[in-house]
Design a protein around this ligand. Structure first.
Ligand SMILES: [Zn+2]
Length: 277
């Protein structure tokens, strides 16, 4: 019974956020117009039991690293920035210090993919990041004018790898769920555990339906279905609670789960310049 308040409090907050304000009440258009999936890295994970202690020991797997670009009448939002564009210039990519981790390559830069869509970094109003690991914040400094949307707990987390944000980068430090455009179409869902301020993103697409972008609350489908918690997660209990919360949100919103690093899933998806509506 002790866990109930933990589960119920955020759900109640979300319920309040998901009451959609009619577009007419805002004096303008509302809702997401398009979502692009960008290639923000490809890699090979040396040993996927890092993400499932005791299971699949020694097994290697191909990973992808996805960024998502969302077009809304109030502005563009970029969800995650992938591994650094500089890795594209490394002939063999970036080898991890620990061979069990992921060896990343960058077949295309983020800058080139924005350019292909006729966009400049200054056109991006919001950069929201799932968490501050290097494969998600590799290009944050490309967007010095964009408002960062990050949980306060993540922003203030003392990272072992040094500063992750420039102190002068505009930032909104969030404390829980956040309805980005005020119309319920793009809602940040607080899912701590992988890191202290990890977050996921609920996106309501007009034709595709509702999708939940996982961040690294889970890394691939098999681990989601078995609710496995990676060995290096900051908090294992919170990780499990967040996965259950995601499942509850998905059931309530009839949402699909799009898993950031799941190559098998992404191989079946449309990649920019194709898009989802
Ligand atoms: Zn990651």
């Amino acid at each position: 019974m002790k866990r109930m308040p933990l589960c119920l409090a955020p759900a109640a907050t979300l319920a309040a956020l998901l009451v959609t304000t009619p577009a007419s009440a805002q004096g303008g258009k509302a809702g997401v117009e398009r979502l692009y999936i960008l290639n923000c890295g490809e890699g090979v994970a040396g040993d996927i039991s890092r993400w499932s202690p005791g299971v699949n020991v020694g097994k290697s797997m191909d990973f992808v690293d996805s960024c998502y670009l969302i077009k809304h009448p109030q502005g563009w939002l970029l969800w995650d920035t992938g591994v650094a564009d500089a890795i594209a210039a490394m002939p063999e990519g970036q080898r991890p210090a620990d061979p069990r981790m992921t060896h990343w390559r960058r077949p295309k830069t983020l800058a080139a993919q924005l350019d292909q869509l006729g966009l400049k970094p200054a056109d991006i109003k919001y950069v929201a990041i799932s968490h501050t690991h290097p494969d998600h914040i590799g290009n944050v400094t490309m967007f010095p004018q964009s408002m960062l949307l990050v949980q306060r707990a993540e922003y203030e987390w003392p990272s072992p790898v040094g500063p992750r944000f420039r102190p002068d980068h505009p930032v909104t430090k969030l404390e829980g769920d956040h309805d980005v455009f005020g119309d319920g179409s793009v809602v940040i869902i607080s899912t701590p555990g992988h890191t202290p301020g990890h977050q996921s993103l609920l996106v309501k697409l007009p034709k595709t339906g509702t999708v939940l972008l996982s961040g690294d609350a889970v890394h691939f489908k098999d681990n989601w279905e078995n609710r496995r918690v990676p060995e290096n997660n900051d908090n294992k209990d919170k990780s499990a609670i967040s996965m259950q919360r995601m499942a509850d949100v998905m059931a309530k919103e009839n949402a699909q789960l799009w898993i950031n690093h799941d190559k098998a899933q992404r191989d079946g998806q449309k990649i920019s310049p194709e898009f989802y509506e």
